[in-house]
Design a protein around this ligand. Structure first.
Ligand code: PEP
Length: 257
């Protein structure tokens, strides 16, 4: 299998630009270069930190990459408070999170908007990390697989197979596991990640499905990353809380490699 393990740290609305510099420095210092041959590591800070991180990554030729947590579906214009794909591309962002459950919940983002954002990211050469996943009631009703797969299909609507293959990262994030300390079991996570990959195979072909990285997200720590990446269809993790502590995040990245 050609897929390289991928660990993405979603900082959410934490750390100012000075704290961001300190954290990236610590991660860069404590994760030896040899690990990057086996695992891609990216950090996803708030917008206000990105320029500082860009300066440090470029200046010190760091091997980790960085991205953003959201983008506008539009390139420019009268959209107060929004940040566009061209702006993020100019800052060297390699990834952008799209459709995180916190944005779906607090900003009422629906599948149609998520799809527009996915397409905006790709248009500007940024890889969308498309988040899908069910709330607790959906899981309790046993609808977690079709629910997550339908979010995936809607999020990728209109994309060509080559675009999916080259750009898209999928993150399965059951809402009930995010920030709760309640991690999905290996079997629960693998069941949905496998179904997501099968959906990609069905829509875009087996060769595309073989390349696309599918991550798990939801209370991932150094203590559970090993069992998650041991699954056939889990290629890494989208990490929230544990990505804010340099020691823990570095340990987690090393264990994933
Ligand atoms: C997330 O924010 O995407 C996430 C998975 O958070 P946590 O790891 O804190 O559950």
């Amino acid at each position: 299998m050609a897929r390289k393990t991928f660990i993405a740290g979603n900082w959410k609305m934490n750390l100012n630009h000075l704290e961001a510099i300190a954290l990236v420095q610590k991660i860069a210092f404590s994760l030896p270069e040899k690990y990057y041959a086996k695992v891609d590591v990216t950090v996803l800070p708030p917008f206000t930190d990105i320029r500082s991180i860009q300066t440090m990554v470029d200046g010190d030729k760091l091997l980790l990459t960085y991205g953003a947590q959201d983008l506008s579906p539009y390139d420019s214009g009268a959209y107060t408070g929004d940040v566009s794909g061209p702006m993020l591309a100019k800052l060297g962002c390699e990834y952008v999170v799209v459709g995180h459950s916190e944005r779906r919940q607090y900003h009422h983002e629906d599948d149609e908007l998520v799809n527009k954002k996915v397409r905006a990211a790709i248009k500007h050469g940024i890889k969308p990390i498309l988040c899908v996943g069910e709330a607790l009631d959906v899981r309790e009703e046993g609808r977690h697989v079709p629910h997550s797969c339908s979010q995936l299909v809607a999020g990728l609507k209109g994309l060509k197979a080559e675009q999916v293959k080259e750009y898209v990262v999928v993150a399965y994030e059951p809402v009930w596991a995010i920030g709760t300390g309640r991690v999905a079991t290996q079997n629960d996570a693998e069941e949905v990640c496998k179904a997501l990959r099968a959906t990609i195979a069905d829509k875009y072909g087996a060769d595309v499905a073989e390349e696309v990285r599918v991550l798990y997200g939801g209370s991932v720590k150094s203590g559970n990353i090993g069992e998650l990446v041991a699954c056939d269809n889990i290629d890494g993790a989208l990490v929230g809380g544990a990505s804010l502590q340099a020691d823990e995040f570095t340990k987690l990245c090393a264990l994933a490699a």
